[in-house]
Design a protein around this ligand. Sequence first.
Ligand code: NAI
Length: 355
Amino acid sequence: MTVFSHDAFADHEQVVFVSDEAVGLKALIAIHDTSLGPALGGCRMYPYADEQAALRDVLRLSRGMTYKAAAAGLDLGGGKAVIIGDPRRQKTPELLRAMGRAVERLCGRYITAEDVGTSVADFAEVRKTTGHVVGLPIELGGSGDPSPTTALGVFHGLNAAARHRWGATSLSGCSIAVQGLGNVGWHLCQLLHQASASLVVSDIDESRVANAVATFSARAAAPDAIDVAEVDIFAPCAMGAVLDGASIAQLRCGIVGGAANNQLAHEEHGEQLRARGILYAPDFVINAGGMIRVASERDGYDQAFVDRGVEGIGSTLRAIFESAETDGVPTQATARRLAQTRLARARAAQHALAA
Ligand code: NAI
């Protein structure tokens, strides 16, 4: 297994390989950057095809978290954990507590939370062995499920994109294709339906699609056809890497913006979207709502702080869209530069203190 020469390795500070045979735990924790603060990021459980796939995921996701925190103005770094295994069959209280012990050994450099394949309830178990956890159930003093807040941030972001692209003052009458009707996708559909958008939906779980068709008067699309639906906006809210050379060539929308992490298969696909005249809302900016919410738990949950942060996603995106247009570069590149500027300032301040 290559690590330092891996194409997703981005000068990560630390990559930890976790093993606890007694409980069947195999996991990876990647701390990408702690210049702004401790690395925060969810713990995903997924039946990866092999260890390389898990490594690739944790490296890419942790770097995305660094950019997400930096662009959202949070004093946090980026990290992520992945547990290799099928959450439906292999997730046990013993395994979750063992994962908590692994997090505890990092002494607060990494703060964990729920992600795909893990739930807020699972973290009540993880908390028994580590204090470095956020996104806890409300009855344990946490802020509960972050997904509705992520969806709200995406909603603000799509409004900002529609305003930039078409001068629209709302999403009323917009056609929007939502890929993935899970925790975030479902809440996003609720917000879009309330805003009088018309929805096209897909999920590999047919019962969720049927439910959305009935609840939101949505039109169903097959999972392999949602990205070619002729709509105003395509909102990826399932898995990453959905935007590659082939899929971008077939898109029939004016805007792409959704909750999924790492939507671009590779950086150069940002340029392909721009060349096609499709406005892309960078994933790590538009999906920061959940991170803003769980981050607030560290100093005592503050709803006003969360509301300000989530509304700010719209204004941050507006600034990114305008700057990218002026410079003639992909929005993803502008968003990355924004995050990197903040990181560079934090590093310079640290070096000055150490000198
Ligand atoms: P989830 O696991 O609740 O939902 C994902 C949904 O996508 C499921 O309903 C699944 O059946 C569906 N799906 C999987 N493959 C699909 C395909 N090929 N086509 C259509 N549907 C498919 O996950 P959640 O929490 O809703 O997150 C969605 C995405 O947003 C993930 O990529 C996650 O990393 C990202 N995200 C989530 C945040 C949160 O607060 N939950 C925060 C930031 C990012």
